[in-house]
Design a protein around this ligand. Structure first.
Ligand code: V47
Ligand code: SF4
Length: 369
């Protein structure tokens, strides 16, 4: 056996025995192990904690506006005020858009949008209160750490106070967007106006202290190195050790079309799968790993179920952010389609709520195998 193979086996064995791998070991695996070796290890680790169950949820994305004072280089969704294609929804527009949510079985509203130059913080409080009143049974997962920091600036209130007020208005969980890549050298080039990685992590820590569970993402496949990805995951792993407040890790595959950095092109299927597997192997304190089918495409997300993934996100309904950047997946799928993707990968579909609790009203449609 070559030295490289021996070392890969040693690291894999350590991890399978419940050990933690360090940055150097992870870098070695990422660079030296082939796709199938990584996939097999990630698959074993996932099945040891999650069995063959794969979660999905029935959710609806609400994006109140694409007008944003930041101009992240990788973002094709945001517009300046007055620019062609800019939009803003009133609270009534949003209530109208989701009026039949219960009839569609929706259990979560996922709410994120641009940093609007004029909307007051009260708009966001009112939005949550109105949704809570009209749809008391639907969980509100809303606002990235980037939006929270922006609210704190426009309302001139500390982040903690902003989160307390949002929680009182109905906020129950936060999505994981805005993390991008924490390494300052990359961040300063792809999203110079955005809050720093440290600020993103600090805001998540406050949310966790206030018992608001959050998700965590990583935008990969642009100018970052493998070491940058691992540094990003290491910082998430450290915060998770302290708070335990992250529910799931979601690698987001960069989409280049219509962005300022479109020359970089798209991620490869090999890189997508390797990144999912490495996340499962490295993030030993994250129970859930999501293959966001909107960004990966339905089929890579499905294959990801054999590379450590135990969650496919949801029905989504009308995705705007990735489709502005050329995503070829559908903008949403019905529950039957998602269950079928999971069954056809030889896994058991299980509807969940935002907090990864199984929902005990399995629908009739089980999906073909
Ligand atoms: O923060 C923006 C990313 C994020 C592009 O928490 C892009 O459950 C790829 O965070 N190519 C928003 N990615 C989406 C997000 C998310 C999605 C689904 C579920 C959850 C969750 C969170 O999308 C942004 C940014 O990182 N993004 N532009 C692009 N061109
Ligand atoms: Fe604005 Fe978010 Fe797009 Fe950046 S990624 S420009 S903060 S909408």
């Amino acid at each position: 056996m070559t030295t490289i193979a021996t070392e890969i086996n040693r690291i894999a064995e350590k991890r399978l025995q419940g050990g933690r791998i360090c940055l150097a070991e992870a870098l070695f695996l990422y660079q030296e192990a082939d796709l199938f070796t990584l996939g097999e290890l990630a698959n074993q680790l996932n099945q040891a904690i999650n069995g063959t169950t794969v979660f999905y949820n029935i959710n609806h994305h609400i994006n109140p506006t694409n007008i944003c004072v930041n101009q992240c280089r990788f973002c094709a969704y945001s517009k300046l005020e007055g620019e062609d294609g800019a939009y803003e929804q009133s609270i009534d527009d949003i209530l109208e858009e989701v009026k039949s949510a219960e009839a569609q079985g929706i259990t979560e509203f996922h709410i994120v949008g641009g940093l609007h130059p004029h909307r007051p913080f009260s708009y966001y409080l009112e939005l949550l209160r109105s949704l809570r009143k009209a749809h008391p049974g639907i969980i509100l997962k809303a606002f990235t750490a980037v939006e929270i920091e922006y609210f704190s600036r426009i309302a001139k209130l500390p982040v903690r106070e902003i989160l307390i007020q949002l929680k009182e208005a109905g906020l129950q969980a936060m999505p994981g967007g805005g993390a991008e890549i924490f390494a300052p050298a990359v961040r300063n080039r792809i999203c110079p106006e955005k809050i720093s990685g440290d600020a993103w992590l600090d805001i998540m820590a406050v949310a966790h202290e206030l018992e608001i569970p959050t998700n965590a993402t990583m935008l990969y496949g642009h100018i970052e190195t493998i070491a940058d990805r691992l540094d990003h995951m290491e910082q998430l792993r450290q915060l998770q050790d302290r708070t335990g407040g992250f529910q799931v890790f979601i690698p987001l595959a960069f989409h280049a079309t219509n962005t300022e950095i479109r020359k970089l092109g798209e991620t490869s299927g090999i890189d997508d799968l390797k990144t999912l597997a490495m996340a499962r192997i490295f993030l030993d304190n994250f129970r859930h790993l999501k293959a966001y089918w909107i960004m990966l495409g339905e089929k890579i997300a499905q294959v990801g179920l054999h590379f450590g993934v135990n969650d496919l996100d949801g029905t989504v309904v009308k995705e705007r952010i990735t489709h502005a950047a050329g995503a070829k997946s559908a903008k949403g799928h019905d529950e039957f389609y998602i269950r079928n993707l999971i069954s056809r990968a030889g896994r058991q579909p299980q509807e969940r709520d935002t907090f990864y609790q199984p929902l005990l009203h399995p629908r009739q449609q089980t999906g073909k195998s």
